[in-house]
Ligand binder design. Structure first.
Ligand SMILES: C[S@@+](CC[C@H](N)C(=O)[O-])C[C@H]1O[C@@H](n2cnc3c(N)ncnc32)[C@H](O)[C@@H]1O
Length: 267
């Protein structure tokens, strides 16, 4: 006989009128990590039956868009799309619905069909969450936030690293409402980075000015980069990016072309 999976959160959801016990996972994630705030525009990927949509609407009260392969029964004040989050056509529809400004938060509790084979389910989950991350990067505002469910396994660390490349703050969190035996964990990425590069990228730049704290400033595609080494205005240097924030980055100097030129001229 199948085990009875109805627990406290199941009954609480019934009592308090939420469509799924999963609703409490989002409440707990938000309590701990403060991702959703009043007025936020939120996109929920893999949203059916709609517990997270109800929570998102309750916390934010703003524009909420839910997407799922399955039809989502109407929720007042929530727009829905029936579609596959891995398809470009669905992403286009989401962008049209959210509008040019983009979303403040993308949440994703999507789960692949589980086979019971741990490593296959893990691989399918990583595929789906990788699509969710790509989708989030297209629809989020600069500095927007992301929450995604992942089934743990040997590719988890690599996935965390991918999220870390795109957000300023990244954490993994298991809400109490997740079942104890579940392999699921939630990854939270805060403040989407919009820099046209990542840590360790190298560029040849000219120091355009010296900032108020004495750091040299250069630009890579209009993005501000502060030098950690001493430089002079007008100097041509090769830099390596060492830290990326949402609106600026830090770099170290790994080559000084003016000195190389000077050396050559003196030879
Ligand atoms: C665990 S449920 C989400 C529960 C939801 N957070 C709630 O509180 O009601 C996972 C959902 O992901 C959806 N899903 C899985 N793969 C998807 C895909 N490629 N595109 C859209 N939805 C998908 C499934 O149809 C399913 O409804």
């Amino acid at each position: 006989m199948a085990r009875d999976r109805r627990d406290t959160y199941y009954w609480r959801a019934k009592d308090e009128g939420y469509r799924s016990r999963a609703a409490y996972k989002l409440f707990q994630i938000n309590e701990k990590h403060e991702v959703i705030k009043e007025g936020d525009t939120i996109v929920d990927l893999g949203a059916a039956p709609g517990g997270w949509l109800e929570v998102a609407k309750k916390i934010s009260g703003g524009k909420i868009v839910g997407v799922d392969l399955r039809r989502i029964k109407e929720i007042e004040g929530v727009d829905t799309i029936k579609g596959d989050i891995t398809s470009d056509e669905t992403i286009k529809k989401i962008i049209e619905m959210v509008g040019e400004g983009g979303a403040d938060v993308v949440i994703c509790d999507a789960a692949p069909n589980l086979s019971g084979n741990w490593s296959l389910d893990h691989a399918r989950s990583i595929d789906l969450t990788t699509s969710a991350l790509e989708c989030a990067k297209k629809i989020l505002k600069p500095k927007g936030h992301f929450i995604v469910k992942v089934f743990q396994g040997d590719m988890f660390k690599e996935y965390m690293d991918k999220v870390r490349e795109s957000f300023t703050y990244t954490r993994a969190f298991s809400p109490k409402a997740s079942r104890q035996e579940s392999a699921e964990i939630y990854v939270i990425g805060k403040k989407l980075l919009t820099a046209p590069f990542k840590i360790d990228d190298k560029f040849d730049v000219t120091i355009k000015k010296i900032g108020s704290k004495g750091n040299g400033i250069a630009f890579v595609e209009d993005f501000v980069v502060f030098m950690q080494d001493e430089v002079k205005k007008g100097e041509n240097v090769r830099i390596k990016i060492v830290d990326v924030k949402p609106e600026f980055a830090f770099a170290i100097v790994i080559g000084r072309y003016d000195e190389e030129l000077k050396d050559k001229n003196e030879e």
